[in-house]
Design a protein around this ligand. Structure first.
Ligand SMILES: Cc1ncc(C[n+]2csc(CCOP(=O)(O)OP(=O)(O)O)c2C)c(N)n1
Length: 669
């Protein structure tokens, strides 16, 4: 009998195995962590596999490649989808141990993707809708850098994966509306159209026609079976060729593969359980133990991870031809040279202010500072949520960014404060640009979820927030912030600046621009303020607080104030001096920086004398500086509609009130 030769050809993993690897890792990691969201990763595994395998321009070994496509997981609860992809494609910092330690202290695999925890996590997501709006900012940055440097240096797509939740959030409207208006053709949104959210089927709460909604905002849209790889691939290819931003609604089954639970909200946010996982292994044909990806499947994924290597190398060769500083600016446009020119320009404008002693609202001095800085920082991209004139965010060098021309540096965000703040996060995250944007301080409430994320991600985003108190006058209490400074100061890693005059305003701008790892809010006045300093040498705001007026001899009382109330305190100190009461005035443009100053310096500034704080806002937080015995002069409720001088009288934030309080504190001492 002739011998039969058996030839074994190595099994080459295909789409199904590769997608199943995502499913298995996701359900196993959630099971081990005893918490997490298996449904979305299992449902979107096919779509993500098609995207990464055939379209996404990236090189896992070079995750910081400035011209990589961006992949934003807006539906951040499905974090295991992203972690699986990063692990499988071979990103550094996402080894198997990280997957096994999903959601554990110190792992890169936090419950929701956190920027900075591992390469490849492009933004922090979890608060639904934010990622979509970040993606809009990234896509704007991409077009701006393309206009400046050309296709060889910047020409990439931004993909955002969103769920029903992202699209129900109000911020999605602002984001898609802005993207449609700017015709961000390289923005492609993959919608996990699974008809399920936490409470159950989405028809419990929503009946929007998402395709028509996006179309109405100027997008291209199509709907595909999200479990048909060819259909998904065709849709992405078509979207790439479109001259508009694209939505691809991918009809999927949440928890795909789980025999009893798929298609139900029970797969959304809980471990599937051992039996269901065993059943899912059978159903999808995955016989491997937890966290084990067979060599052929891993090899196929690693090939995907290296697919972009040549493109990366070609790009690097192009980038190396750029001037060294232009090359560096693709990451951070404020290098040592630009930083030095900022210092110099700020020094010059401060000495002009010191000499001319102008009476300017800080929103006006901010604009004057910007006039000098804008030409120096090529990546500075400004904007306003339809309050350009009021915010002073535009200068003679500002040029609008439009759908036809991205060579400008100014975004008319429209009345979309939340979308603006989230887009600014995306701009900053993209790299190569430094965003600033304005609205009224009161509307930080409308931006707050994104401001919080700027701080959490440590992004240099500059919020130019004007009309910062009852000092705005006649627009009344709906527009007068009272609790906002306190609310912003409560956000960790956020710098809140409230400059007292033009000189401090210039100093605060310098500090904000040079803070590479945190956002800043500049709280600026509508009303005119006197220039209080004649000295312009050091950046005194850098210490957060400093003695602005030092009386002769020992202090009897210390007046602490910020912004527009500093000049009131200065007047009061002058009157007190006539009575023989020695009052020091401390200006406190930034509590955060003052907190970080050396203790001896802080003690010296605050001094042992009784303290009186003055700020046209609520007292929350002030006791840190004035102690239990200190007096606070400010707001205890909402403002009112009237000329601002009358409001300061009405609410008792006056020179007279400070003088009285000082006398009393001496009496009590
Ligand atoms: C702003 C915000 N609100 C609420 C939540 C809590 N949450 C997380 S996922 C989710 C439901 C999302 O549904 P969908 O996008 O359809 O996700 P799927 O169930 O398909 O995974 C909710 C309400 C959140 N993360 N962010």
């Amino acid at each position: 009998m002739a011998e039969v030769a058996t030839i074994t050809t190595p099994h080459v993993a295909g789409h199904k195995d590769m997608a199943n690897a995502i499913r298995a890792l996701s359900m196993d990691a959630v099971e081990k962590a005893k918490s997490g969201h298996p449904g979305m990763p299992m449902g979107m595994a096919d779509v993500a596999t098609v995207l990464f395998r055939q379209f996404l321009k990236f090189d896992a070994a070079n995750p910081d490649w400035p011209d990589r496509d961006r992949f934003v997981l807006s539906a951040g609860h499905g974090s295991m989808l992203l972690y699986s992809l990063l692990h499988l494609t071979g990103y550094p910092g996402m080894e198997r141990g990280e997957i096994e330690n999903f959601r554990q202290l110190g792992s890169a695999t936090a419950g929701h993707p956190e920027y900075g925890h591992a390469p490849g996590i492009e933004t922090t997501t979890g608060p639904l809708g934010q990622g979509l709006a970040n993606a809009v900012g990234m896509a704007i940055a991409e077009r701006c850098l393309n206009a400046r440097h050309g296709d060889a240096i910047c020409n990439h797509y931004t993909y955002a994966l969103v769920g029903d939740g992202c699209l129900m959030e109000g911020i999605s409207h602002e984001a898609i509306s802005l993207a449609g208006h700017l015709r961000l053709a390289k923005l492609i949104v993959l919608f996990d159209d699974n008809h399920i959210s936490i409470d159950g089927p989405t028809n419990l709460s929503v009946s929007d026609n998402q395709l028509e909604r996006f179309q109405a905002s100027g997008w291209d849209t199509r709907s595909v079976d999200g479990h048909d790889p060819e259909a998904v691939a065709e849709a992405i290819a078509t979207a790439q060729a479109s001259s508009r931003p694209s939505l691809i609604a991918c009809r999927t089954i949440i928890g795909y593969g789980a025999p009893n639970k798929q298609g139900q909200s029970s797969t959304h946010g809980s471990p599937l359980g051992a039996d269901e996982i065993a059943g899912a292994r059978d159903a999808i044909g995955w016989a491997h133990p937890p966290f084990v990806v067979p060599d052929d499947v891993l090899a196929a994924w690693r090939e995907v991870g290296a697919r972009g290597r040549q493109a990366f190398q070609a790009w690097s060769a192009e980038a190396d031809r750029l001037d060294a500083n232009v090359r560096a600016s693709l990451g951070d446009p404020i290098d040592a040279g630009v930083a030095a020119s900022i210092t110099e320009a700020v020094a010059t404008i401060k000495s002009t202010f010191a000499e001319e002693q102008p009476k300017l609202a800080t929103r006006q001095s901010s604009q004057k500072v910007l006039e000098k800085l804008l030409p120096l920082v090529p990546g500075l991209i400004g904007g306003s949520a339809d309050l350009t004139g009021s915010n002073g965010t535009k200068t003679a060098d500002s040029k609008p960014i439009t759908a036809e021309d991205f060579s400008g540096n100014y975004i008319h965000y429209g009345v979309r404060e939340h979308g603006m703040a989230a887009a600014m996060n995306g701009l900053a995250l993209h790299g190569g640009v430094v965003p600033y944007g304005g609205t009224f301080l009161i509307f930080t409430d409308y931006c707050r979820p994104s401001i919080r994320l700027s701080a959490l991600m440590g992004q240099r985003v500059i919020y130019v927030m004007t009309h910062d108190s009852i000092g705005l006058g006649e627009d009344g209490p709906t527009h007068q912030p009272v609790e906002h400074l306190a609310a912003l100061r409560a956000i960790p890693n956020l710098q809140v600046f409230r400059p007292a005059d033009a000189i401090e305003c210039a100093e605060c701008w310098e500090l904000a621009l040079k803070s590479t790892d945190r956002p800043s809010v500049l709280a600026l006045t509508r009303q005119g303020l006197p220039t209080l300093r004649a000295d312009d040498a050091a950046n005194k705001s850098a210490n957060g607080a400093y003695i602005l007026r030092q009386p002769e001899g020992a202090r009897d009382v210390t007046l602490l104030a910020t912004g527009s109330e500093v000049s009131i305190a200065v007047e009061a100190a002058a009157l007190l001096a006539k009575e023989g009461i020695a009052a020091a005035v401390v200006s406190m443009p930034s509590w955060e920086l003052f907190r970080a100053a050396p203790e001896a310096y802080r003690n010296d500034v605050l001094g042992p004398a009784p303290r009186i704080a003055v700020e046209a806002a609520v007292n929350t937080g002030w006791h840190e500086w004035i102690g239990d015995q200190g007096v606070f002069i400010g707001m205890a409720g909402f403002g009112a509609s009237a000329p601002y001088q009358q409001l300061y009288e009405q609410f008792g934030i006056t020179v007279g009130a400070i003088v009285d309080a000082a006398r009393k504190s001496l009496h009590n001492a």
